[in-house]
Design a protein around this ligand. Structure first.
Ligand SMILES: Nc1ncnc2c1ncn2[C@@H]1O[C@H](COP(=O)(O)OP(=O)(O)OP(=O)(O)O)[C@@H](O)[C@H]1O
Ligand SMILES: [Mg+2]
Length: 250
């Protein structure tokens, strides 16, 4: 991967983030170096509270690190303003959040088209993109539904469609199959694999070993740090053993 494209899609160095809330300060990210090649599919797993979502928020510019730097396509983001990050998210980073994915008082169609319209895509094209994506996700016929009328899995797929509508080179997805049953998880997995095969760079945060097994590489996150970073080998069906436990190469 990096042989073909020397400039990584995403690079982070020395990322540190402590949350100061009501309780004791939470040292969510404690020094993370990360390089994601173009076209690479990286899964980030780890226990609850390990700092996975915080890391993803940092990588998407939704939160600022206390220290450390992030490069997008080789460009240092240190000097980016909030507005600049917002533009980059519209143009080249699709994000699926762990919670609050959809605007509840907008239809499915409007939810998916919104980022395209905000990015200045002509309405006709935004609509065409939306139709293509929803069809691909098995959601045709749901355009006029409101998010509250959809199942959890359908909502997650709409959120993915919304994150992908601008063809962002980089997709950051936080538990896109969280709370889904195995069928829903399979659907999300198939979808991510399909985009990956077309060259989509993906950073996926998940608890789910099956979902992680679709990735090229699995990063285990623990106590705000990368505890393990392993390339996966073999076909997807071989990667998950009978126990459902990931089989990683040493
Ligand atoms: N906005 C915030 N204010 C204060 N503390 C926070 C905030 N966000 C996260 N934390 C704390 O930072 C730590 C890491 O949280 P984070 O959400 O990144 O974990 P996570 O790995 O995504 O967990 P999960 O798997 O449950 O989603 C936790 O201790 C959490 O309580
Ligand atoms: Mg989280």
């Amino acid at each position: 991967m990096s042989e073909h494209h020397p400039t990584p899609a995403l690079r982070a160095e020395g990322l540190v983030k402590t949350h100061h809330g009501e309780g004791a300060p939470a040292r969510a990210v404690r020094g993370v170096d990360l390089c994601v090649a173009r076209g690479e599919f990286v899964a980030v797993t780890g226990p609850s509270g390990a700092g996975k979502s915080t890391l993803l928020h940092l990588l998407g510019g939704l939160q600022r690190p206390d220290s450390g730097s992030i490069w997008l396509d080789g460009e240092c983001t240190d000097s980016y303003s909030e507005a600049r990050w917002a533009v980059e998210r519209r143009r080249r980073i699709g994000i699926v959040f762990q919670f609050f994915n959809l605007v509840s008082n907008l239809s499915v169609a409007d939810n998916v088209e919104l980022p395209a319209l905000l990015a200045g895509v002509p309405p006709k094209r935004a609509r065409a993109e939306r139709e293509t994506l929803l069809a691909e996700l098995g959601l045709d016929g749901k355009e006029r539904s409101m998010p509250g009328e959809l199942s959890g899995g359908e909502q997650q797929r709409v959120a993915l469609a919304r994150a992908l509508v601008n063809h962002p080179p980089l997709l950051l997805a936080d538990e896109p199959a969280g709370s889904l049953d195995s069928r829903g998880t399979r659907e999300v997995m198939r979808l991510l694999s399909r985009f990956h095969q077309r060259g989509q760079t993906i950073v996926l945060v998940t608890h789910d070993a099956r979902l992680a097994s679709a990735a090229d590489r699995v990063i285990s996150f623990f106590d705000g740090r990368i505890a393990d970073d392993a390339e996966l080998t073999g076909t997807p069906s071989r990667r998950v053993g009978a126990s459902g436990v990931l089989e990683l190469r040493d």
